[in-house]
Design a binder for this molecule. Structure first.
Ligand SMILES: Nc1ncnc2c1ncn2[C@@H]1O[C@H](COP(=O)(O)OP(=O)(O)OP(=O)(O)O)[C@@H](O)[C@H]1O
Ligand SMILES: [Mg+2]
Length: 243
């Protein structure tokens, strides 16, 4: 099993959209047994797949290790795709995981999920928090969406510096341009500095995911953004092999 964190220091850059579409691509085109783990108390990824947490099963209790991590898991409407949903209780999970006996809790969860899943894709809340620190220790790859702006490039540098300083430069980071609008000069100039990076276009079909509560490959099959996420999934698999 391989675990992928969709992470950014910045908010609102397309993490949840990326996590949902990557998980859908992994499960459907990739044929991998996939778990989308929504670790953000806002629950955007859970919502985007038209799911709601089970009554009486708090995500915090499972993530903090007070009950089985398998308890909250839901099946999605797609083959091979399950979801570990988020709820508001996760707002306080960071404090739980910061306790010294819980340093390896996320790693333990991923180990226990490894029999049932080939890929676990985690939608993370923004920010370099304690939770992020625990995640960096536990996952195999970070996918970081970047808006085509100098501020995002700064956030990426900060992320790489943090990993070098505290985590021996691991795990590897796969950066992807997010919400690219080719009509804007700043966007064109910024993405041209890293032409090797995949570009997720600014797209009404991705916005419509929140209305339809479905992945973009379902909202608009074969569209440019759907193809971009399929291509991103292929890059993720390559990055996992390269380690
Ligand atoms: N490529 C895109 N084109 C157009 N709209 C997009 C695109 N990606 C995301 N959005 C929209 O931008 C908003 C933020 O996206 P999203 O929730 O995925 O970001 P996030 O990084 O997860 O945010 P947060 O930090 O709050 O968790 C949403 O309204 C989403 O529908
Ligand atoms: Mg989000």
């Amino acid at each position: 099993m391989k675990a992928i964190a969709v992470f950014s220091i910045k908010g609102g850059v397309g993490k949840s959209a990326t996590a949902v579409n990557l998980a859908h691509a992994a499960a459907t085109t990739g044929g991998r047994r996939t778990l989308l783990w929504d670790l953000d108390s806002q629950g955007a990824a859970t919502y985007l797949l038209k799911l709601a947490p089970k009554a009486g099963v708090k995500a915090r209790a499972a993530v903090a290790g007070d009950r089985s991590i398998a308890d909250p898991i839901l099946s999605s409407e797609f083959p091979n795709l399950d979801v570990l949903p988020a709820d508001r209780s996760l707002r306080r999970v960071e404090g739980d995981l910061a306790q010294s006996d819980k340093l390896k809790q996320l790693k333990k969860h991923l180990k226990s999920l490894s029999e049932s899943y080939d890929r676990v894709i985690i939608d993370c809340p923004p920010g370099l928090s304690e939770l992020a620190d625990r995640l960096f220790r536990a996952v195999d790859l970070i996918v970081t969406p970047l808006l085509p702006s100098p501020l995002s490039e700064r956030a990426e540098e900060q992320l790489r510096a943090e990993l070098l300083k505290h985590h021996g430069g691991r795990p590897p980071v796969l950066a992807v341009w997010s919400m690219v609008d080719a009509r804007r000069k700043l966007h064109r100039e910024t993405v041209a500095r890293h032409p090797e990076r995949l570009r997720i276009p600014y797209s009404a079909a991705i916005e419509a995911m929140a209305v339809r509560q479905a992945p973009v490959a379902v909202v608009q099959p074969g569209s440019q953004p759907a193809r971009a996420f399929a291509a991103l999934w292929a890059q993720v698999e390559q990055a996992l092999i390269a380690g």
